[in-house]
Ligand binder design. Structure first.
Ligand SMILES: [Zn+2]
Ligand SMILES: [Zn+2]
Length: 174
């Protein structure tokens, strides 16, 4: 190999070296790939969560009163858990009538526990029909209650107990 040949070779090699420097840096590619993977995984998780949360709504199972355990409260304030029924129960501690409780909410004053009455409609679905704050008169469950402190209309805090099966029981057993 002559000196001129090796010079020519190094002259040829130098543009190759230049090309190598201008080539996209590997970390840029890695970063782009990582972002793509994160986006793809995020999309998959979003879809899985959506499908899972949509499922109970697409096929809502309506429980009947005897299938549901409710929180009950008597007119003296004793509370207990018992199977649902349309008629009031009698408190085992004081003999007063007891009604299931439902939670309504004032936008300003927060949640309020009220006595409730359920009714089975012509379609066989159990719904909250009447509610009562303390010893006030019974009133329609929909839009009938106002906050005793500010008169604002109260809204039901929880979804209807009789829709959506498969909800785990609360760990405190209440
Ligand atoms: Zn009682
Ligand atoms: Zn209020």
């Amino acid at each position: 190999m002559s000196v001129s040949q090796s010079q020519a070779e190094s002259a040829k090699a130098s543009p190759r070296r230049t090309v190598r420097i201008l080539a996209p840096r590997p970390w840029v590619r890695t970063a782009r790939l990582t972002l793509l993977i994160i986006a793809a995984v995020g999309l998959c998780m979003y879809l899985v969560v959506r499908v899972a949360s949509d499922e109970p709504d697409s096929e809502v199972y309506h429980r009947t009163l005897p299938e549901t355990t409710l929180d009950w409260r008597c007119d003296s304030g004793h509370t207990f858990r018992a199977t649902g029924q349309a008629e009031p129960r009698t408190c085992s501690r004081c003999g007063q009538p007891a009604y299931p409780v439902a939670t309504f909410e004032c936008p300003r004053h927060g949640p309020l526990t009220v006595s409730a009455r359920y009714e089975v409609g012509a379609d066989g679905i159990t719904r909250l029909s009447q509610v009562r704050i303390g010893s006030q008169d019974w009133t329609a469950a929909e839009g009938g209650l106002v906050c005793p402190r500010c008169n604002a209309p109260l809204r039901r805090k929880l979804r209807d107990l009789f829709e959506g099966m498969g909800k785990p029981k609360r760990p405190d057993g209440r």
